[in-house]
Design a binder for this molecule. Sequence first.
Ligand SMILES: Nc1ncnc2c1ncn2[C@@H]1O[C@H](COP(=O)(O)OP(=O)(O)OP(=O)(O)O)[C@@H](O)[C@H]1O
Ligand SMILES: [Mg+2]
Length: 255
Amino acid sequence: MATETVPGPAGAAAGPQPPVLATRGLVSGYGRMETLHGVDIEVPRGKITAVIGPNGSGKSTLLKTISGLVRTWRGAVLLEGEDVARRPPHQRVRRGLCMVPQGRVVFPFLTVEGNLRMCAYPVKSEKDLRERAEHVYELLPRLAERRHALAHTLSGGEQVMLAIAKVIMLRPRLVLIDEPSLGLSPKLIDLVYEKVGELARAGLTTVIVEQNVRKVLSVADHAIVLVLGDVRYAGGVADLEREVDLGRLFVEGRG
Ligand SMILES: Nc1ncnc2c1ncn2[C@@H]1O[C@H](COP(=O)(O)OP(=O)(O)OP(=O)(O)O)[C@@H](O)[C@H]1O
Ligand SMILES: [Mg+2]
């Protein structure tokens, strides 16, 4: 299986490039319960987009629908302008759309290096694998120091980093991360966000769902506020607090 990201259909064309990712009228849910009611978002290239909103508003569902873990009922998921909403998750991964799910998903009894290699299983060439791992270690030197350690012996923050590193092995165009700060101490949260900021500055387009609103807004450029499956705000972080009463949103569930 090829894992190199393929250029989108408009990638080589003249004129403005489409956003890396956009959704149009996205509707999805569970059983008969509709959770997302027609979500339109655009994710700017090379930036960090924060998705925030009260509990149960559909943030995780949005990431899962974009990555294909939850089926799209109606609407489009445009990756570099191409609608991938009816494609299975692995084909979206091949197109460079990778998700880091909630809860530090690593193989506990494999080493750091074993985790990286396992996730890059479609990469057949040993030379390519080594180059990809070295690239990850350059970006995340702490993982290089711990490369022979079993994953379950890493700190919580290091495990989050490893979960992100696993998808970087696939050379994604964009990464969706669900709740990276969950269960981490404030110091480790700072560490994780420092790294997320560095990765974005290195050009990785990142979408982060986060309960820790202050923290994610301190690194994000763009914000999307979801309330009960609808987009309440989409725009720059600088204008967010003028438009949305964040205190009220998170205390009362509406802003
Ligand atoms: N697997 C599932 N089966 C049935 N309903 C689900 C499932 N996952 C989520 N839901 C429901 O969908 C709605 C949105 O849930 P979702 O997990 O997307 O919210 P969220 O914004 O990520 O919340 P949180 O901030 O608590 O993580 C909720 O009403 C939830 O109960
Ligand atoms: Mg969630």
